[in-house]
Design a protein around this ligand. Structure first.
Ligand SMILES: [Zn+2]
Length: 232
């Protein structure tokens, strides 16, 4: 199977999200006492994850953006946390953070299938940026392109320009930058408020009209401690 050959560990997307819920129940995160969020790419191929998160956790706070970067800042995070159920001042919240990539049956990364389109790509925002990087034409000239401008600026700070990443490496860089940004902002909140949270991250892989998840980081922050959880 191409996904296993390229990525190694993987789970079918619904099974992955279901198993994160089963694991989090053991840490007392449930749909009754927690709020969930999703930080995915805007791409319609990614939205199956949002639907499944909603099926399990209830209404989902949506942080999604081009490429799945975190763009909502401290205001978005404040809003999300203030919507979490309040149990005597304690709040619980869950972050699902995914970047994404297509792969075809020949193992070509970046390729995916879409209804009515013969040759299509994912993630388009990252591929576009990567093309600019390789041609040394990265620019911010279009004022009506703020989200992509942010993506370029944020990822440029993570990239070694003398050794450009390939698409899969850029997908991982993007995911890790997003996780880092959310965790760093959360530090300010968990110090001052009674908040416990879980963060689940991975790469969504589109392969033959199905979505799979390559797990990355899964942590639970409770009682001022971070616990790392293995899902596979
Ligand atoms: Zn995308």
């Amino acid at each position: 199977m191409v996904v296993k050959e390229i990525f190694g560990r993987y789970l079918e997307e619904t099974a992955f999200i279901n198993s994160t819920y089963d694991i989090l129940k053991k840490y007392n995160f449930t749909s009754a006492n927690s709020i969930a969020s999703a930080c995915l790419c805007r791409d319609e191929l990614c939205q199956t994850a949002l639907v499944q998160i909603k099926n399990i956790w209830g209404e989902v706070f949506n942080f999604s953006s081009l490429g799945g970067l975190y763009t909502a800042g401290i205001t978005g995070l404040k809003a999300f946390l203030s919507h979490a159920p309040d149990f005597n001042g304690a709040r619980r919240c869950v972050f699902y953070v995914f970047s994404h990539i297509g792969v075809d049956e020949n193992g070509i990364l970046g390729k995916c299938s879409r209804k009515g389109i013969i040759d299509s790509n994912a993630c388009g925002a990252l591929i576009f940026f990567l093309n600019e990087l390789s041609k040394k034409t990265v620019s911010y000239s279009d004022v009506a392109d703020e989200e992509q401008n942010y993506l370029k600026k944020r990822l440029l700070s993570e990239i070694n320009l003398s050794n450009l990443p390939n698409l899969l490496e850029l997908t991982k860089i993007s995911l890790r930058a997003t996780v880092k940004d959310i965790e760093s902002l959360m530090q300010g909140f968990v110090k001052s408020d009674k908040i416990e949270y879980a963060l689940i991250s991975g790469i969504q892989v589109h392969y033959l009209n199905r979505n799979y998840i390559i797990p990355e980081e899964f942590i639970v922050f409770e009682e001022a401690e971070i616990r790392k959880i293995e899902i596979l």
